[in-house]
Write a protein that binds this ligand. Structure first.
Ligand SMILES: [Ca+2]
Ligand SMILES: [Ca+2]
Length: 661
């Protein structure tokens, strides 16, 4: 059923063969070739935010050299791979609006610094995964700037443009939104862009008012004279260009504004200078936003789209993420996506990083690449991207397959069909199930639920990678969900590192961090505080840092000296995964011997001849379990109050233990 160990088994077999061959054929002692990444068993990946993990030069921004300096910290938790937040130049601090896929963000260091990090990580048996954003680019990416400026641009087809998105979607003309018919149209996902611009030109605007003296029509005329006359107390403003305004004049009942106009986007009418709220914005109705010389345009107080000047042409571009900052990439029909310019371009950059030594990718927002999340388009696309990258990876001399994990932010049942496209996906359901189980103090159903997810994946891929996790950078912190209870956080970490799958530890979870998105995403992206008295890489977080949390006692320095710390739990269970292959790679099996106690979750991890019993108490009170069949003499790792008396195991509240069978 579950074949997580394939990579490691292949690597180990390769090493073994290498040794045997050498002994048989070459009696001269020569150094063994060092494998790029030494095989291990933990399967643990650490998710870090480059900008807030570790700052090597004191400029407030985390960087590659900082990560390199902390590889031993990760190694001590059994970490075998790092997923770095996007490393490319980007418009936002978080990096998810890429401006150049083939470059590194200079705030993080140079490409040589990245190469140095990759080599240093490999020397310690740690792989490097890049976050790769395939759904969209920044609106400031040179591809998009060229595409929107010129319909004839070679980059025009990299994006999704339409003069009438609603009609084009209904007619099936938009390849990325081809499966939903008219229901695929969402006005909030389309943003206008303008080409042409006004240049500088002398014009006169005349405003028509309705019976309530509210703006009704707008007319633009050419003029040689931009001198305005009348009284300027109308409270109605022409808004144009880079945030400029001109109040209309009332000249004997005629509302006019003459000016030397320059605007890159057009004009709007507003009746407040300080807010857009309360119906103070007047623009064009959707689809009728073009001004023509000397022809009144009827204004809209509800749609209020930008009004295009006669010299301008406007069109719409698609952003699935409901933000004008992102522009969605266009890969054409999924069945032939590999022929699209955008596909070739993102592959070319991916090849560069693979050839630099990167071991895999975490793919962002994969259910949004093609619009319809539950069609086969995204899996089809993802398989083509994976196959391309894997071919590059093999050509670079690797004997294993490239690693790739997708972010499909949905229940396991919706994620499962995507395994047709990629070997790995995050299991968001793992955390959603676990936090409820811990907060309800009910452990008995937990492992059965996780097994049910595995059974879903196995229908689509025998060697699926179940990327388990607690929270990540897009969710409230696990610590928040667990009421900041240190005991619950320790339990959650012990469950994560003792259950099936290949777990991800999100930066700060091993330190017991908390934080809520409600105050801003930055609050769930808090920097690591390395020393009791030292600072942290807060420079990119706009001051949105909970400094009360970054206390001396939550620092790495303090927790490394504290056997009762959250960090100590992650280290203990991470080390156990490294030491006992069954705990890292084994099958997950239900243990019925603890079923009489609803607070307790018990399971086996089984690989080859090794079998480990894992027992967790999800409740706050102590729990007694009698094991008549399983062996509880040989405890290999534990957390909290644990005592063994003959065949009776007593676990204090939220305590955990594992036993070699
Ligand atoms: Ca720095
Ligand atoms: Ca998309």
């Amino acid at each position: 059923m579950k074949k997580l160990s394939i990579l490691f088994a292949l690597a180990a077999a390769f090493l073994l063969q290498g040794c045997v061959a050498k002994e048989n054929t070459d009696p001269t002692p020569t150094p063994e070739p060092t494998p790029v990444v030494e095989a291990g068993t933990s399967g643990i990946t650490y998710q870090l935010l480059v900008y807030s993990f570790c700052d090597s030069d004191g400029d407030g921004c985390g960087d590659f050299k900082g990560i390199q300096s902390k590889l031993d910290y990760l190694k001590e938790m059994g970490v075998q791979a790092i997923w770095m937040s996007p490393i490319h130049p980007a418009a936002s601090y978080h990096g998810y609006d890429v401006k150049d896929y083939s470059a590194v963000n200079p705030d993080y260091g140079t490409e040589a610094d990245l190469k140095s990090l990759i080599d240093a990580a490999h020397a310690k048996g740690i792989k490097i995964y890049l976050d790769y954003v395939l759904n969209h680019t920044s609106k400031d990416h040179p591809w998009f700037l060229a595409a929107k400026a010129d319909p004839q641009s070679e980059y025009r087809d990299f994006y999704i443009f339409s003069d009438n998105p609603q009609a084009d979607i209904k007619a099936g003309k938009i390849d990325m939104i081809a499966k939903e018919g008219s229901s695929g149209y969402d006005s909030g996902q389309w943003f206008q862009c303008v080409s042409g611009g006004s240049g500088s030109q002398k014009v006169k605007f005349t405003l028509g008012l309705d019976g309530s003296r509210k703006p009704k029509t707008l007319t633009i005329s050419r003029t040689d004279d931009i001198t305005n006359s009348g009284t300027q107390n109308t409270g109605i403003y022409l808004y144009y260009g880079d945030g400029s305004t001109l109040q209309f004049y009332n000249d004997g009942g005629a509302y006019t504004a003459s000016l030397d106009l320059e605007s890159s986007w057009g004009v709007l009418i507003r009746t407040s200078l300080t807010t857009w709220d309360g119906g103070t914005k007047y623009g064009a109705p959707t689809g009728k936003n073009q001004l023509a010389w000397d022809e009144p345009l009827t204004l809209s107080n509800s749609d209020a789209q930008d009004i295009l000047l006669p010299s301008m042409s406007g069109t719409w571009y698609h952003s699935h993420m409901w933000t004008s900052w992102f522009a969605d990439l266009n890969y054409g029909p999924a069945g032939t996506c590999e022929t699209s310019g955008a596909f070739k371009a993102v592959c070319e950059s991916a090849d560069k990083w693979i050839n630099l030594g990167v071991d895999g990718f975490r793919l962002d927002a994969v259910k949004h690449i093609y619009h319809k999340a539950n069609s086969d388009e995204n899996p089809t696309f993802l398989k083509k991207f994976y196959d391309h990258c894997n071919a590059t990876y093999k050509a670079a001399g690797h004997t294993d397959d490239i690693y790739m994990v997708g972010e499909h932010f949905s229940d396991a049942s919706e994620v499962a069909p995507y395994y047709a496209g990629l070997p790995g996906f995050f299991e968001f359901s793992f955390w959603w199930t676990l936090k409820d189980a811990i907060n309800n103090g009910t452990g008995k159903d937990f492992v059965g639920t996780i097994q049910s997810y595995q059974n879903l994946y196995a229908k689509y891929r025998a060697d699926y990678i179940e990327a388990t996790k607690l929270s990540n950078h897009d969710e409230d912190r696990a610590g928040n969900d667990l009421g900041r209870s240190k005991a619950k956080m320790k339990l959650a970490g012990a469950v994560l590192l003792s259950c099936g799958g290949q777990p991800y530890i999100y930066q700060g979870e091993e330190l017991g961090y908390w934080g809520s998105k409600g105050s801003g995403d930055e609050y769930v992206r808090t920097p690591v505080k390395w020393t009791k008295n030292g600072g942290a890489a807060t420079g990119k977080l706009s001051g949105k840092v909970d400094n009360s949390m970054l206390s001396a006692d939550i620092s790495v320095e303090a927790q490394e000296a504290d056997a009762e710390s959250v960090l100590a739990v992650y280290k203990a269970w991470g080390a156990a995964r490294e030491q006992y292959p069954a705990l890292g790679e084994g099958l997950l099996g239900y243990c019925s011997e603890a079923s009489s106690n609803s607070a307790v979750s018990a399971w086996f991890r089984i690989k080859d001849n090794q079998k480990i019993l894992v027992v967790h108490n999800f409740g706050g009170g102590s729990a007694n379990i009698n094991f008549s069949n399983s062996n509880i003499d040989n405890m290999i790792v534990s957390d909290g109050q644990v005592s063994v008396s003959g065949k009776k195991l007593t676990l204090g509240g939220y305590a955990s233990a594992a036993f070699l069978q």
